[in-house]
Design a protein around this ligand. Structure first.
Ligand SMILES: Cc1cc2nc3c(=O)[nH]c(=O)nc-3n(C[C@H](O)[C@H](O)[C@H](O)COP(=O)(O)OP(=O)(O)OC[C@H]3O[C@@H](n4cnc5c(N)ncnc54)[C@H](O)[C@@H]3O)c2cc1C
Ligand code: SF4
Length: 599
């Protein structure tokens, strides 16, 4: 049956609320509904498998949360968090230790730094219910249907063999068991199914996608592009996971209207920006092969003691606290990199005393992400006093691609980084260095507002065995489930890279002729990038890796972990497009193997 967007929403909502049939054995259980879980549901249901998706959070009426068209003056708090809530600041992450909730008793709800607006307050978790311990970490979680894809930053980049074969390039770490050529057809499928905007650049280290209509660079961005070109560096339009031309095969999404709300508020209520529910889960439900159960916190993957295979999962209803068991032929874990590692570690049994899929001892280890913080704000003098233009009506500004350790070797660090940035007039003037009050102040702000340009770096954090997560022996979450404990710090390579980010950011702005207004010198807290990877890495050797190239457990052949856990290294490119491409490839393999009776 075909459904319109709103009808589909309603049906899926009620479907999610209903008790599910727990007496049957599903072909596959998918744990989690974000980028990875959504993609698994799409691929498996379209291959005819009967799939049960279990999502720990609620199905939110997301358009009512995001309210993309709401003007600041129509919001009681001008868009800020209501006074009974608090979101953690950089200083609080720095001077306190996790769990972060103690000390914030005056606030009814405590959120990560991302939860700082009225529009995302119900999307991100309450830190009080979801504690973690160990080293400082700005862990951003979204427990609701669609997970973090409801508010992601949309930058959708491919990895290349500079990443997949990084060890062959510089000797550090491990190569992936796949090459770019293995994944390229799946990147293409993701591009065509979900839509992506950008411009072809033909760069060996940042392969092009199959792009829809690109957005435009504005004046200062073009000046920067020309400035860095002279240095052999490349600035390109933001490659956004957004459909600018529309998608004929998807009735739940609209083409981008260029309202810029995704940038200002962190989400798109007409779903031009990819999110997992409208991009993947509703179409999967339309096949008739998907059963969705929200409020289902998976506590453990169960194992058949006779065969050693996964037999299903045990979950807790997040509202009633009731326990349930449900069976499947295959279990697909897609709870996000850190939660997936937690679930594997929680799934201890007589057969698997160190946790499931963990004979190598690598589950939770080799944890990596992106280091960020250093960046620069400048001013294009020739734009001061020019009339205002509509510059923020687009889903992103620019991406300045990696340039370190490609053809030359940097003496102080390995691997690389790229910059995300933007410029121009915005609803709220940004980057202003003006001070004062009254009419003269307003005049100053108006005169200068469109002339600022800024960018910040994202760099590869090396995957190291010593950076890991395990289970806290004491602290538990609201559902009585042991919390995750972090043992994770940036290393020397990251610190040296961050030094270089600061220098090159300034050098490029100077080359473009901008006045430097401000240089961000601090490195943000671990976790700030929200790009977690590597806790169940793939590889050919079961002694040093958790999964094979199809994200299938070496130990338990009917168990797959299809999110960022499988990454062997972080590269410096944002991970979501790669997570979904890998997941598509693995789920194709899963369906083939299940069909052959091999699982
Ligand atoms: C503000 C922000 C900006 C970002 N910007 C970018 C960007 O520009 N580019 C990019 O590539 N990436 C970006 N990301 C990261 C991107 O959102 C993630 O890479 C992507 O969502 C990962 O997908 P996932 O399925 O692994 O995890 P998630 O999207 O987090 O989904 C995991 C789901 O699993 C559920 N779950 C967890 N534990 C359990 C359990 N025990 N039982 C049942 N369900 C469970 C969660 O509730 C959640 O819904 C950004 C993220 C944020 C928050
Ligand atoms: S700019 Fe496009 S993607 Fe962003 S909120 Fe507007 S319509 Fe959505």
């Amino acid at each position: 049956m075909k459904r319109g967007r709103h009808a589909g929403d309603k049906e899926l909502y009620s479907m999610a609320d209903h008790e599910i049939d727990l007496t049957r054995t599903y072909d596959a259980i998918v744990v989690g509904s974000g980028a990875a879980g959504g993609m698994a549901a799409h691929v498996l249901t379209s291959r005819g498998l009967k799939v049960l998706m279990l999502e720990a959070g609620k199905k939110l009426p997301i358009e009512k949360e995001l309210r993309s068209m709401e003007w600041p003056y129509d919001n009681a708090n001008r868009g800020a968090l209501p006074p009974d809530r608090h979101s953690l600041t950089f200083n609080e992450y720095t001077i306190r230790n996790p769990p972060y909730a103690p000390g914030f008793e005056k606030s009814k709800h405590l959120h990560s730094y991302v939860g700082s607006t009225d529009y995302v307050k119900n999307i991100v978790v309450d830190e009080r219910d979801n504690p973690f311990t160990g080293t400082n970490y700005a862990w951003v979680r979204a427990r609701c249907l669609g997970g973090k894809t409801n508010i992601w930053g949309r930058l959708a980049l491919r990895l290349s063999d500079y990443d997949f074969k990084a060890k062959s390039h510089d000797g550090y770490g491990e190569d992936w068991p796949i090459s770019y050529s293995d994944l390229a057809p799946y990147y293409d499928k993701v591009d065509l199914y979900l839509g992506i905007t950008g411009v072809k650049e033909d760069l060996p280290y940042l392969p092009d996608s199959i792009f829809q209509r690109p957005t435009k660079l504005n004046c200062a961005e073009i000046t920067l592009k020309q400035g860095v070109q002279k240095m052999g560096r490349v600035l390109t339009q933001y490659r956004a996971g957004v459909t600018t031309d529309g998608l004929k095969h998807n009735q739940y999404r609209s083409r981008c209207f260029g309202r810029g709300a995704c940038e200002r508020k962190g989400g798109c209520d007409i779903h031009a920006a990819f999110d997992s529910p409208t991009g993947l889960i509703y179409p999967a439900a339309d096949t008739g092969n998907l059963t969705l159960r929200t409020n289902a916190v998976v506590r453990e993957v169960m194992v058949d003691p006779q065969t050693g295979k996964a037999s299903g999962v045990h979950f807790i209803d997040s509202e009633t606290m009731r326990d349930y068991n449900v069976r499947a032929k295959v279990v697909v874990v897609a709870a996000s990199t850190l939660e997936s590692a937690r679930l594997l570690l929680l799934s201890k049994s007589r057969l698997y005393p160190n946790g499931l899929a963990n004979s190598s001892g690598h589950v939770g280890h080799n944890f990596c992400e992106h280091v960020m913080g250093p960046g620069v704000t400048g001013q294009a003098k020739d734009l001061v006093g020019k009339p205002s233009t509509l510059d923020d009506g687009r889903p992103g500004g620019f991406y300045l691609t990696r340039f370190r350790n490609l053809t030359e070797k940097h003496p102080k660090f390995i691997r690389g980084y790229g910059f995300e940035g933007g410029s121009g007039a915005r609803m709220f003037p940004e980057g202003t260095d003006r001070h004062g009050f009254g009419a003269s102040f307003k005049e100053e702000v108006r005169k200068n507002q469109g002339s600022y340009i800024s960018m910040g770096a994202f760099g590869e954090v090396l995957a190291r065995y010593e950076n890991y997560v395990d289970l806290d022996p004491v602290v538990k979450d609201k559902w009585g489930i042991p919390a995750l404990r972090f043992h994770y710090k940036f290393g020397d390579n990251e610190h040296r890279m961050a030094e270089d980010m600061k220098e090159t950011a300034q050098e490029m702005f100077e080359a473009a002729g901008f006045n430097i207004v401000h240089v961000n010198t601090r490195t943000l807290t671990e976790g700030w990038s929200i790009h977690e990877m590597g806790t169940a890495r793939m590889g050919n050797d079961p002694k040093t890796s958790v999964l094979n190239q199809f994200q299938q457990s070496h130990d338990v052949k009917n168990l797959f972990v299809v999110d960022g856990s499988a990454f062997v290294n972080a590269s410096c490119q944002n991970p979501t497009w790669t997570i979904m491409s890998l997941c598509w490839r693995s789920c194709d393999y899963l369906a083939d193997e299940l069909g052959k009776g091999n699982l």
